[in-house]
Design a protein around this ligand. Structure first.
Ligand SMILES: Cc1cc2nc3c(=O)[nH]c(=O)nc-3n(C[C@H](O)[C@H](O)[C@H](O)COP(=O)(O)OP(=O)(O)OC[C@H]3O[C@@H](n4cnc5c(N)ncnc54)[C@H](O)[C@@H]3O)c2cc1C
Length: 410
């Protein structure tokens, strides 16, 4: 399709990286997609559902996985990161490092290995609230659908139990880390985001109680394949909470933490409040906010919430959360509309912590908050949450724009 036969490199296999790769390949150009985790899908695969339509993550991702499988122009490498970039637009030289793939692609995920594996690891997919064996399926929707081995937890040849029961000879501990050098015409950074570290917000006491969780943890708590398997249970006593408080802008729009707005947290908390009401119609939900920043189709959430007597929106910033008896909490806030200080007792708290850019150890132009700048080395194109916080719908549109830019670089 153009005179430059070098493929495009897309770094990051979340919804924006996947979309960029698929769009590039479907107009006829070769593309290499790399992802540091052992599966594609990024943060969206961890959600219970996603707005505006509240579809499960399978919706949208599955069709993209099919498009990847069917298109020989896309090569993808998981557990892979960039080590070094040199050269210039049209002719970048990139060194890629792939972690040892002890489980080969002929793994059928039959699960015989799990039965015999004696070691356990903290499950990062559920933010450490559950454990898996050292050999594990990252999650039910994993693409590629194969087991992975936690290199720190696994005793490898000293144990060998998984290898002995694998009918497909799919496990090989002699495999080494792989370094590949590739030449590419342009590079799209789709490295996305991670959650702001809530333990840095001293006054909200996240580190001191298990019943204070973050918004991303909430997604894993209520997901059908998550911690509570579609139930919201307090970690301390496994009981259903009756009064749940959401603290908006937890660390966001705050010079001491994140000075910017993450754009999605208000919609996410409204989505979460409505989910709680569906599961537990008698529960009480209070959302403390500074400004309710909800746009487009998500405004429907506001209408639904205004019709629901058990969800209350309080315009006020929470200043303090103190633990009280029975692992409950007293929240102190100022009700901005009435001008009065209020105290609210809750038995579970969700902190709506913001989005921070993923770490990327490449020499790129970044802004003061470490998002990758649009004003970039020629031939390198940042996309979606790697350049600023945005929702899935905006990320997908941004990805299409990035694909168009990338294929024009010779
Ligand atoms: C609590 C919460 C709820 C949300 N709910 C919704 C919702 O309901 N609807 C909605 O539209 N949006 C929602 N969002 C926003 C949504 O998560 C983002 O729009 C979306 O994840 C952006 O996709 P992305 O591909 O840019 O980034 P990500 O999903 O973060 O994907 C980036 C990928 O890049 C990989 N990566 C990172 N660094 C490297 C590297 N150096 N090398 C290789 N790979 C790398 C990561 O492992 C990851 O797989 C929510 C956000 C939050 C915080």
């Amino acid at each position: 399709m153009d005179s430059n036969q070098n493929p495009v490199l897309v770094i990051g296999g979340g919804i924006s990286g996947i979309t960029t790769a698929v769009e590039i390949a479907e107009v006829g150009k070769e593309v290499i997609l790399i992802e540091k985790m052992s599966y594609l899908g990024g943060n969206v695969v961890k959600f219970n559902n996603y707005f505006p339509k509240l579809c499960p993550p399978t919706c949208g991702l599955e069709i993209n996985f099919r498009r990847i499988k069917q298109n020989p122009r896309i090569k993808y490498f998981t557990s892979t990161e960039v080590q070094e970039i040199s050269g210039k637009k049209g002719d970048f030289k990139v060194k890629l490092k792939t972690a040892p793939q002890y489980v080969k692609n002929n793994c059928t995920a039959c699960g015989n290995c799990i039965e015999v594996c004696p070691e356990e690891r903290s499950n990062e997919f559920n933010y450490g609230f559950t454990k898996t064996k050292a050999i594990y399926l990252p999650h039910e929707m994993a693409f590629p659908y194969k087991f992975n081995i936690d290199t720190e937890a696994c005793k490898k040849e000293a144990c060998n139990k998984c290898l002995e029961v694998c009918d497909y000879n799919a496990i090989d501990f002699s495999v080494k880390e792989e370094i590949k050098e590739i030449e590419v015409s342009s590079i799209v950074t789709a490295t996305g985001w991670k959650n702001y570290d809530a333990s840095k917000i001293d006054n909200l006491n996240y580190s001191t109680s298990k019943n204070i969780i973050t918004n991303v943890e909430f997604e894993r708590f209520i997901a059908t394949n998550g911690v509570g398997e579609n139930k919201l249970l307090r970690p301390t006593d496994n009981t259903e909470p009756k009064k749940i408080a959401f603290v908006q802008c937890a660390g966001s729009r705050d010079e001491n933490h994140l000075p910017y707005c993450s754009a999605v947290c208000c919609s996410a908390s409204l989505k979460h409040a409505l989910t709680i009401q569906e599961l537990y119609p008698k529960s009480e939900v209070k959302i403390f906010y500074i400004d309710m920043r909800v746009s487009g189709r998500n405004e429907d959430f506001l209408v639904k919430i205004q019709d629901n007597n058990n969800i209350d929106l309080v315009k006020g910033k929470v200043g303090k959360i103190n633990e009280t008896e029975n692992n409950n909490f007293a929240l102190e806030a100022e009700d901005i509309l009435s001008g009065r200080k209020i105290k609210y007792e809750a038995d579970m708290v969700v902190l709506a912590t913001g989005i921070v850019p993923s770490d990327i150890n490449l020499n790129l132009n970044k802004d003061e908050n470490q998002f990758i700048k649009d004003d970039q080395i020629e031939g390198i194109i940042p996309v979606a949450c790697s350049r600023k916080p945005m929702d899935v719908s905006a990320s997908v549109k941004d990805a299409t724009a990035a694909a168009l830019k990338a294929i024009q670089i010779n």
